[in-house]
Design a protein around this ligand. Structure first.
Ligand code: IMP
Ligand code: MG
Length: 176
């Protein structure tokens, strides 16, 4: 396993508290509706699993997989959709769940693809936002935490596929 954690940014407790807050906010906003969650694999698995248990309106969900990062810590620049949704989302209130918005390329491509399928609404919920790295402007409805330009791992986020299982979010030194 490469690298080492140099600092804990958000503890398990801080994350759980924020996720509960986001869940309440989403529940209030979608009252009287049904929510269709789109979990962007693989990074959003942990966040989606926690968040959906704090959403009180009826929830259905599916997964999607887009690739942008390989084993490095810099964006590859192009985004490929590798796994698409199973069913039509026409008329649904779709909430995309993302682990982190960095350049915005992944979400921009994902939004392009989903918009043309005519959902009733299409919003984004991200655990982390790194606005200083943004290349494409993205409208984010719900954000867990805004962070500076660090490469972070844990709570679903990986470096070379490792560290996803950490219960906290930490800054990684890839050479440490
Ligand atoms: P974007 O397309 O540049 O916005 O990148 C989004 C994707 O890159 C996320 O879904 C993550 O999988 C990955 N990513 C961006 N920043 C980090 C990071 O700090 N740690 C781990 N993965 C990251
Ligand atoms: Mg990743």
């Amino acid at each position: 396993m490469k690298g080492s954690i140099v600092e804990v940014l958000f503890t398990h407790e801080q994350i759980q508290q924020r996720v509960a807050e986001l869940g309440s906010q989403i529940s209030a906003d979608y009252q009287g509706k049904r929510v269709f969650l789109v979990c962007l694999l693989k990074g959003s698995i942990v966040f989606t699993a926690d968040l959906m248990r704090h959403i009180t309106p009826p929830v259905t969900m599916d997964v999607m997989r887009a690739s942008s990062y390989g084993s490095s810590t810099t964006s590859a620049g192009s985004v490929k959709i590798q796994t698409d949704l199973d069913k039509d989302i026409t008329g649904l209130d779709v909430l995309i769940i993302e682990d982190i918005v960095d350049t915005g390329r992944t979400l921009n491509r994902t939004l392009e693809l989903l918009k043309v399928r005519h959902p009733n609404s299409l919003r984004i919920c991200t655990m982390l936002d790194k606005p200083s790295r943004r290349v494409l402007d993205i409208d984010i409805a719900y954000t867990g935490f805004t962070i500076d330009d660090h490469f972070v791992v844990g709570y679903g986020l990986d470096y070379d596929e490792y560290y996803r299982n950490l219960p906290y979010i930490g800054i990684l030194d890839p050479n440490g």
